[in-house]
Design a protein around this ligand. Structure first.
Ligand SMILES: Nc1ncnc2c1ncn2[C@@H]1O[C@H](COP(=O)(O)OP(=O)(O)O)[C@@H](O)[C@H]1O
Ligand SMILES: [Mg+2]
Length: 202
């Protein structure tokens, strides 16, 4: 069984995941916690190569293929990086994980949700986050934050991102114990305080 804590950060591009995960990592380290700050896709090693394809490949990518690439990265990440860190008792902070596939490929691209859940289960061998924080923000603001330099996923358009946002909110409704939503149109400092409150409750 796992000894550490597994916390995932979710939400559309530009919602502030990376900003907040770095602040929380610093906060926990200063409190003497051992942490692992990691991300999907592409934490390290093979994952970095998969990330390069997923975010920068400029030819046609079928939704199914896209899902399998994300899932391949996830399986490698869980087995080789996340599980060993949890065994060592670390707090694992992960920037995107299973809910991204549900929100983006399921709600966003329209793939069957029950199949995605099943595939996620296979990729993670059933490992579930202890806590997932969804940073919720309107699409216009998040797109402004991302700016002009968009990668392949970020270039998917407003309609797609509205579906992704709705997807995240539905996930949170379905699993209220695991998934907490933070309104991310607030300041970076206020959002950080809310994140810390959620972590302290664990
Ligand atoms: N609460 C906030 N208010 C204003 N700008 C923010 C806020 N949080 C993050 N940003 C800025 O928005 C951009 C995207 O944030 P980032 O943390 O990279 O989002 P994500 O990792 O979810 O894509 C960055 O330039 C960041 O500094
Ligand atoms: Mg980020």
């Amino acid at each position: 069984m796992t000894k550490g804590l597994f916390i995932t950060f979710e939400g559309a591009d530009g919602c502030g995941k990376t900003t907040q995960i770095e602040l929380l990592d610093k906060y926990l380290r200063e409190k003497g916690q051992q942490t692992l700050l990691t991300r999907e896709p592409g934490a390290k090693g093979l994952g970095v190569k998969l990330r390069e394809i997923l975010l920068n490949y400029d030819g046609e990518v079928s939704p199914q293929c896209e899902s399998f690439l994300f899932l391949a990265d996830r399986a490698q990440h869980v087995d080789c990086i996340i599980k060993p860190a949890l065994k060592e008792g670390k707090v694992v902070l992960c920037d995107r994980h299973t809910d991204s596939t549900v929100a983006y490929q399921g709600y966003g691209r329209g793939l069957d949700l029950s199949r995605i859940n099943m595939l996620n289960d296979i990729a993670t061998s059933g490992l579930k986050p202890d806590l997932t924080i969804v940073f919720d923000i309107d699409v216009e603001t998040s797109m402004q934050r991302v700016g002009k330099e968009k990668d392949r996923m970020e270039s998917s358009g407003v309609e797609f991102f509205n579906k992704v946002r709705e997807g995240y909110l539905e996930i949170a409704e379905k699993e209220p114990n695991r998934v907490k939503v933070i309104n991310s149109s607030d300041t970076i400092e206020n959002i950080h305080k809310k994140v810390v409150e959620l972590i302290e409750k664990l």
